[in-house]
Design a protein around this ligand. Structure first.
Ligand code: KG4
Ligand code: ZN
Length: 345
């Protein structure tokens, strides 16, 4: 099945063509990061306007570089949630219009399932059935959750953040450290020259209580206290203008985020699990990748990582997932609305 995938859930305008579940023929991503940089985070109104402007060109480019003609397509797949409502709507309206015009099938896809699926687009990745059961850490600027994967479409939510996403913690931390936006890549780089043991930041344990919706608090995350701890630390120990201190604080702050992620992964794994997977923008973090590698080696399981080009938001994961038959199809997809808080299962 040949699928054109469209992804506009946040601040990346993306389109891709798949000729089968793992056969990605083209993938185009237009990042809006420079537009949002001055605001230190994604501004929904700017994001949706930019999707309107750039999506037609991004789709054209994806079609052109795929080597396919419009008449070769069997379906259009589009992310319908979770994400920013006004951003999702641009992709959905475009996908519905195109599918109607071309007289082909429409598929509405789950963005979080797409991120998990991105693990299987990597060269050398096992088949999904071969990797199962496994635990997936979905970690980005908008999401932080742990998912048990028993098969394609068989997911169980194990834990999630009760406040900020890990990527938000990186972005807000970098802003407090005056390192710029987006924070993840710059903290990753600056932290390499610092001592991660120099400041002891909290690991954000979650207490049992309301709001967890039956999830195990030991598998949930909280990053808002960490951000406040950094604020107070910098107030009492200013680091501005002191690159060595900035590197130490950045390394310690990054260590706190990563330890929280890796410790929850460790706690989520059960005997018989074959892999631990990490996907989403934050899974690009070099220290996180190294720590997950150590965890996988210690537990005797395989580490699954998405390729860097498939870590951040992309449409290849949406096209591939639809080509694998997942998602909401046809009439139900035409009737589907954008669902900003769509859960993974
Ligand atoms: O998946 P993504 O591109 O978009 C969302 O769906 O949010 O993730 C973006 C997030 C940002 O918060 C960014 O700071 C973070 O991923 N990020 C990183 C790294 N590269 C990007 N975080 C830590 N280390 C990195 N190397
Ligand atoms: Zn995402």
């Amino acid at each position: 099945m040949n699928v054109l995938g469209i992804e506009t859930s946040c601040d990346e305008t993306a389109a891709a063509v798949a000729a089968g579940p793992r056969d990605i023929r083209s993938s185009v991503i237009f990042s809006q990061v420079e537009l949002h940089g001055p605001y230190g985070g994604v501004v929904p109104e700017i994001a949706s306007r930019c999707h309107v402007d750039s999506l037609p060109g991004v789709i054209d480019e994806a079609m052109r570089t795929s080597g396919m003609a419009w008449s070769d397509l069997d379906a259009i797949a589009v992310t319908h949630g979770p994400g920013l409502a006004s951003s999702l709507l641009v992709g959905m309206a475009t996908a519905k219009g195109l599918a109607l015009r071309l007289g082909i099938r429409l598929c509405a896809s789950n963005h979080l399932e797409g991120h998990i699926y991105s693990l299987f687009l990597a060269g050398g990745a096992p088949g999904i059935e071969e990797a199962c059961p496994f635990v997936a850490l979905v970690v980005s600027g908008g999401h932080t959750c742990l998912v048990r994967v028993e098969g394609l479409g068989k997911y169980g939510l194990l834990g999630q953040t009760i406040d900020d996403a890990a990527g938000e913690a990186f972005d807000k931390g970098a802003s407090l450290l005056k390192l710029g936006y987006p924070g993840g890549p710059v903290i990753d780089r600056v932290a390499r020259g610092g001592n991660p043991g120099s400041v002891r930041f909290p690991r954000g344990r979650v207490r049992p209580g309301p709001g967890l919706e039956g999830l195990n608090p030991d598998l949930c995350f909280s990053f808002s206290g960490l951000k406040t701890a950094l604020l107070y630390h910098l107030r009492d120990n200013p680091a501005e203008g002191n690159p060595a201190r900035t590197a130490d604080v950045a390394a310690s702050y990054q260590q706190a985020i990563i330890s929280a992620l890796v410790e929850r992964c460790d706690a989520a794994l059960r005997d018989g699990d074959r892999c631990i997977g990490a996907c989403g923008g934050v899974s690009l973090n070099s220290a996180l990748r190294a720590r997950l590698g150590e965890l996988a080696a210690r537990r005797g399981i395989r580490l699954l990582l998405a390729e860097p080009k498939h870590c951040g938001d992309n449409a290849a994961m949406i096209a591939g997932l639809a080509a694998a038959g997942r998602g909401i199809w046809d009439e139900t997809a035409f009737l589907a609305d954008a669902d900003p808080s769509l859960p993974v299962c």
